[in-house]
Design a protein around this ligand. Structure first.
Ligand code: SF4
Length: 369
């Protein structure tokens, strides 16, 4: 989230947005902080500070709509935002019990990073607007906060504010059957869990997660989750130099062991953090990666598995596979290179991750139809 309210003069807080004075009063009665907007003028309630909005800031808030909420720090930087639009993210923690060699966060952050305070997570859920189209719950590994995640899920379920969920996890925790059943009993309806499989066997998977035993835990965890019949599972494969030549074997493992998965996402790397530090070991040019991706997709599609390509620009993908390319990179992380200005497909291309752009310099090929 890169937005800022330049003249903001309040304190670090969560605010409910309102364009209606009466509704704003009701929010205050419910003990909610309010950002009341009138004619490009913002009033903070109940403290009654006020400040001017620029045209862009006003349009941004208008676009979020009545009932959305924001977490704003003292400098006016917006740390969290939840609206009825699709792209809402509840970030739980920097920490993770794995330390993947191509993780876009650095090892030190994964190890020593911070958990979002539990009280803040609870408040964010309380402030969220009703009828949110979608919410992604992510980290780090969200289950690092242990039982507290059940509390958050139970709140979301009780408030009934979201239509569809995606939770991203390395899946290891679900190898504990009892924990998996507790999780299944806490989740709201329409709940999808995204779990990565890095290799067709423990040797490759564990060398990427750098966590011995993680392959066995993840595979058992996916089996346990599917057996609950309460959630859907999406398998994620992050393509890198270590696993690229084994993509078809991973596809085979998925169809043999998990024929009921919701979908498979084949993903390009975000070359930051560990991925950048270990670039020599993990980076594979996209045109080389696609040589291995293609037969894996064909195999999955032939076996009736829904597949999508995430984070790959169109010019590295055969045209007959463009329909599988999703615009998956979050807006503020998207980069285009100078060459892209000549590309006829720029409006349809999902672009390049910030950080990965350095690795693709000189290799993007503007498309002329
Ligand atoms: S040239 Fe740029 S805009 Fe065109 S497909 Fe490649 S990355 Fe996308």
């Amino acid at each position: 989230m890169n937005e800022k309210l330049s003249a903001f003069n309040g304190v670090n807080n969560i605010y409910k947005i309102s364009f209606d004075g009466k509704k704003a009063e009701e929010y205050v009665e419910q003990n909610l902080n309010v950002l009341l907007i009138r004619d490009k003028h913002a009033f903070l309630l109940p403290e009654k500070n006020s400040f001017e909005l620029t045209d862009d800031e006003y349009d941004y808030l208008l676009n979020l709509g009545d009932e959305a909420c924001l977490e704003v720090n003292e400098t006016g930087r917006i740390a969290n935002v939840f609206g009825k639009r699709y792209d809402n993210t509840l970030y739980i923690t920097d920490k993770c019990n794995s330390n993947c060699i191509m993780c876009p966060m650095a090892e030190v952050t994964r190890r020593d990073g911070h958990n979002v305070p539990f009280e803040i997570l609870k408040e964010l859920v309380r402030y969220m607007p009703p009828d949110m189209e979608h919410l992604t719950i992510t980290g780090g590994e969200p289950f690092i906060i242990r039982e507290k995640i059940f509390d958050i899920l139970n709140d979301l379920k009780a408030c009934n504010k979201v239509w569809g969920y995606l939770l991203l996890s390395n899946g290891r925790v679900f190898s504990n059957k009892e924990y998996c059943l507790r999780f299944a009993s806490s989740v709201p309806e329409d709940f999808l869990v995204g779990i990565p499989i890095h290799g067709p066997n423990s040797e490759i998977h564990d060398s990427i997660s750098r966590s011995p035993g993680s392959f066995e835990q993840t595979i058992t965890g996916i089996h346990n989750l599917l057996a609950t019949h309460k959630v859907s599972v999406e398998i994620r494969i992050v393509v890198n130099k270590i696993n690229a030549s084994r993509l078809s074997d991973i596809a085979k493992l998925i169809t043999e062991q998990f024929p009921r998965v919701n979908s498979v996402k084949i993903m390009g790397m975000e070359m930051l953090g560990n991925a950048f530090i270990n670039a020599e070991t993990v980076w594979i040019p996209y045109e080389d990666a696609f040589i291995y991706i293609k037969p894996a997709i064909d195999y999955l599609v032939h076996n009736s598995v829904d597949v999508q390509l995430y984070n790959f620009p169109l010019c590295f993908i055969d045209k007959s596979y463009w329909n599988l390319c999703a615009n998956s990179i979050t807006d503020y992380k998207i980069r285009y290179l100078d060459e892209c200005n000549n590309c006829q497909e720029k409006n349809y291309c999902g672009g390049i991750f910030t950080g990965t752009d350095k690795f693709l310099k000189g290799s993007v090929k503007p498309i002329f139809l």
